[in-house]
Design a protein around this ligand. Structure first.
Ligand SMILES: Cc1cc2nc3c(=O)[nH]c(=O)nc-3n(C[C@H](O)[C@H](O)[C@H](O)COP(=O)(O)OP(=O)(O)OC[C@H]3O[C@@H](n4cnc5c(N)ncnc54)[C@H](O)[C@@H]3O)c2cc1C
Length: 413
């Protein structure tokens, strides 16, 4: 029997026998919480182990497309969320300097009509808080300050190794993000691959923004080798921005660091006033290395299964990373409600992997489009996209339908 544990970890100090039908979820991120909620609603006894000492989320926004909102609605979290959201009017791609629209697609009521659910902007902390509340309401136990060190599959259970304890569970869900320990133990050590892109993120109170009015849209500002995304949050009280630039290397040990707002402004000086006004109003920012991973050979190992960024991290250029984690969580809970865990895990992976891989690829392709790769040819691609949106809307809808029109809540699994 192979012990799945980091080499420097002392094996099992105390063994606790937990309830037989317990599922342990590693990580209280958006994926882990959604999975825990879905499983608890199916009658499972669920415990989440989270390494952080307190529950919190990154101070940044999230675009929630209809495919994700449908899951949240099915799980009963949408109503609580409505008090926090902002509904964008259009999805736009604009020129970084002139502000000319390459693309302007209506969202708001058009999206509801087409896909049966809205497109929302939400602060990550608000979504996180509502998921935590729903989990607790459904009896999920959330244990903080517990870093999972390893696991070991036994005949009729899985042992979950903590620093000082060993817990026993029927199944283990690794929802522990891009640097997943569970993935590493399942498939071996492999550092995530730096994609050559970094993202500056921040939220700016509208009261700080002077000299320009930010449009109530989800806007990508496309420019040479970099782009900016702007959109409103919390009913329009804040503007969220993500400023992405290409960078050959990431030197830091950590994949997130505090950024210097003056450097940020400098990098995007000369951009359209809607962009510079937001960056001028920004008081603090964080800089993220954008990492990826190739498709994994498997997402499960006997009683252990992965979801979200742990198995398919993606560039944020389709705004689908959290949406994919939410979809994963739902499909996992649904398959486990219908099949024994072996069949459920294999069906879950068969349903989810092709979709997550396709969205990963599409997100990657968008980098070239947003960053005008190929000089004038890059601009021509943006122009062509704009023409297609005016005269051949079907081409764009066909692409988006595959993503936003996907409804895991009605899938026959
Ligand atoms: C700049 C940027 C913008 C984005 N914008 C969007 C967007 O608009 N829409 C969208 O859908 N997605 C977006 N994403 C992607 C999205 O943020 C992620 O895909 C999503 O948060 C992944 O969720 P997760 O639950 O899988 O992982 P995480 O959110 O990383 O959660 C993992 C959790 O596991 C915990 N953990 C880790 N290891 C252990 C351990 N050993 N023991 C216990 N706990 C552990 C961590 O502390 C953490 O709480 C964006 C990403 C970036 C970088």
């Amino acid at each position: 029997m192979i012990l799945k544990v980091r080499p420097n970890t002392k094996e099992s100090i105390v063994e606790q026998v937990d309830q037989a039908e317990q599922i342990i979820v590693v990580g209280a991120g958006i994926g882990g919480l959604t999975a825990a909620l879905g499983l608890a609603k199916q009658g499972w006894c669920v415990k989440i182990l989270e390494q952080a000492a307190e529950l919190s989320e990154v101070g940044a926004g999230l675009q929630l497309s209809p495919n994700a909102v449908k899951v949240l609605r099915h799980l009963g979290v949408d109503q609580a969320l409505t008090k926090h959201i902002f509904t964008p009017q259009n999805a736009c791609i604009r020129d970084f300097r002139s502000g000319r629209y390459y693309l302007k697609m209506p969202l708001a009521s058009d999206v509801v009509k087409r896909y049966g659910a809205p497109y929302w902007h939400v602060h990550r902390a608000d979504l996180h808080q509502e998921l935590v509340a729903a989990c607790r309401q459904h009896g999920v136990e959330i244990v903080l300050g517990q870093r999972v060190q390893g696991y070991r599959n036994e005949k009729d259970h899985v042992k979950v190794l903590l620093e000082k304890d060993t817990l026993k569970a029927s199944l283990l869900v690794g929802a522990d993000g891009i640097h997943s320990q569970i993935r590493e133990l399942m498939l071996g050590m492999q550092a995530p691959i730096f994609t050559g892109q970094v993202a500056w993120r921040g939220t700016v109170p509208v009261t700080n923004i002077a000299g320009a009015t930010v449009q109530p849209d989800a806007t990508v500002w496309a420019g040479p080798n970099r782009h900016v995304v702007t959109y409103y949050l919390r009913g329009g009280a804040f503007v969220n921005f993500i400023a992405v630039e290409e960078q050959a290397q990431w030197q830091n040990e950590s994949w997130r660091e505090e950024g210097d707002v003056d450097i940020l402004r400098d990098k995007f000086s000369g951009w359209h006033p809607e962009v510079t006004a937001v960056l001028d109003g920004c008081e603090s920012t964080f800089l993220w290395a954008l990492n990826g991973r190739p498709t994994l050979s498997t997402w499960h190992d006997e009683r252990v299964v992965l979801l979200g960024d742990a198995c398919h991290p993606m560039l944020p250029f389709m705004a689908q990373g959290a949406a994919m984690a939410i979809e994963d969580a739902f499909v996992l809970a649904k398959t486990l409600a219908k099949y024994d865990f072996k069949e459920a895990f294999s069906r879950y992976e068969a349903f989810r992997k092709p979709r997550a891989t396709a969205v990963q690829k599409q997100s990657c392709d968008n980098a070239a489009l947003y960053h005008m790769h190929g000089g004038w040819q890059g601009r021509m691609k943006l122009e062509a996209l704009g023409m297609a949106s005016k005269f051949a809307n079907g081409v764009i809808n066909a692409k988006l339908d595959k993503i936003y029109g996907h409804d895991v809540t009605t899938l026959e699994l």
